[in-house]
Design a protein around this ligand. Structure first.
Ligand code: GLV
Ligand code: MN
Ligand code: MN
Length: 425
């Protein structure tokens, strides 16, 4: 039974969407800076958000705890304790100056669905687990999907040595947060514990809006490669070194960025490339930059296309560095293959959408998601919810309450009608 409340339109039964959007706003208040939403891995905002989400999980009838990497984990038992689970979830870290829906929408929708089952005393022939992943975006350390990789048992210990912009290593940040970097393996789950992993997420693109649909079925999550490039020239006096004698690392980086953009723009197969971060040293108006580092994110609809593009782009960067007599180092910081959503789960998402009275529409995800790591221990499916103007990774990111509610009803219907792979095939 949902709570009655006084709304602007008079007395009405509050929807799952109302509860989810109220919590989205509450969670968005937990931010490094009041004017710009930023909640990154292993910070005090991470801790405060985890505490709030754990409380919501418990009030939804789940047992809940923080795991060895800082994920929030809730479990709602099935008809008897200890059954394998349908795992739902999404992430609760953000990019800098983020929108408030990317990640939290899926996590809070899953909690509200469990709360609804709990209010009705409904137990299912499987358990439901809800996981809030602590780091999907990879903003603080140059490595993404840390939370879901730990759950999938694929967390690579070597990333513990990576440092954030302030020079703090991930190892030290874990210790400061109260976690043990040598016991991250304790977060890993076995394939036999999971029946499937299903994630609801804001679309982050304009397709559902253009189709006038609140929800869609995801076919696959596009792979991505992230590189860190560093160019080394020679710092010098901005007034005395003639242009022809300079080895300006920032001018070299600018040429590289222009070449990357031109390469991706002329590709007709959906290739996208982004230089999202650049840092010039020593960083003074009257000093020729001697060293520059920048990042590169490359995605394409197929893995073969992306890999070919990465090779071509790196060759171009090498040519530019050579011509300008700059030292060059390029490291791959992240590489994920394209992850198909399992047909047997996609069918169940489609049935739930149709059951709620919406046309079934399938679309791929250009954005990365925790399912890219979870695929190593479970079949994966995703439900997309319409995103206003296709805007995401931006404070104007927005989902209408009615669409959040539609997404929740679809997820709830999917849960209540869920059939295991053996039963479904
Ligand atoms: C995550 O949001 C990504 O696709 O980079
Ligand atoms: Mn994101
Ligand atoms: Mn996301």
């Amino acid at each position: 039974m949902r709570e009655m409340k006084e709304g602007s339109a008079g007395l009405h039964v509050s929807s799952l969407g109302d509860e989810i959007v109220g919590r989205i706003n509450e969670l968005a208040a937990i931010s490094e800076a009041p004017a710009h939403l930023a909640r990154v891995f292993l910070t005090k905002e991470h801790r405060a958000a985890a505490d709030l989400i754990l409380a919501w999980m418990r009030s939804a009838g789940m047992r809940a705890h923080l795991d060895a990497i800082g994920n929030v984990c809730g479990r709602y038992e099935g008809e008897r304790p200890g059954l394998p689970c349908l795992m739902l979830g999404s992430h609760y870290d953000t990019v800098y100056d983020a929108g408030k829906w990317d990640g939290p929408l899926g996590l809070l929708t899953a909690i509200s669905c469990v709360a609804d089952l709990n209010r009705r005393g409904r137990r299912l022939p499987f358990a439901i687990e809800v996981t809030g992943f602590a780091d999907e975006e990879g903003v603080r350390f140059a490595s993404t999907l840390l939370g879901s990789r730990a759950v999938a048992g694929t967390f690579v210990e070597s990333v513990l040595g990576t440092r954030d912009a302030a020079g703090v290593s991930m190892r030290d940040a874990l210790v400061q947060f109260g976690l043990d970097p040598d016991h991250i393996g304790a977060a890993a789950r076995a394939r036999s514990e999971l029946l499937a992993y299903v994630e609801l997420h804001i679309e982050q693109g304009p397709v559902l809006e253009a189709k006038n649909l609140p929800v869609g079925v995801v076919t696959a999550i596009a792979g991505a490669t992230r590189l860190a490039a560093s160019l080394t020239g020679m710092a010098g006096h901005a007034g005395t070194v003639p242009m022809a004698l300079r080895r300006d690392a920032l001018a070299g980086a600018a040429e590289c960025i222009g070449a990357i953009e031109a390469f991706c723009r002329t590709d007709e197969g959906g290739l996208v490339g982004t230089v999202g971060y650049i840092h010039a040293m020593p960083g003074a108006t009257n000093v020729i930059p001697g060293q520059v580092s920048f990042t590169l994110d490359i995605r394409a609809p197929t893995d073969a296309h992306r890999k070919l593009a990465v090779t071509d782009i790196v060759r171009q960067i090498e040519r530019i560095a050579k011509r300008r007599k700059l030292g060059l180092q390029v490291d791959v910081t992240h590489e994920n293959r394209t992850v198909p959503c399992a047909p047997w789960l996609r069918r169940q998402v489609a049935e739930a959408i149709a059951g709620e009275g919406y046309p079934v529409f399938e679309l791929p995800s250009g954005a990365g998601h925790d399912g890219m790591a979870m695929i190593d221990i479970a079949d994966v499916a995703m439900v997309f919810v319409r995103c206003r103007g296709g805007i995401s990774h931006h404070p104007d990111e927005h989902v209408e309450v009615a669409d959040a509610d539609a997404g929740a009803r679809v997820l709830l219907r999917l849960i209540e009608n869920f059939r295991t792979r053996d039963a479904a095939e």
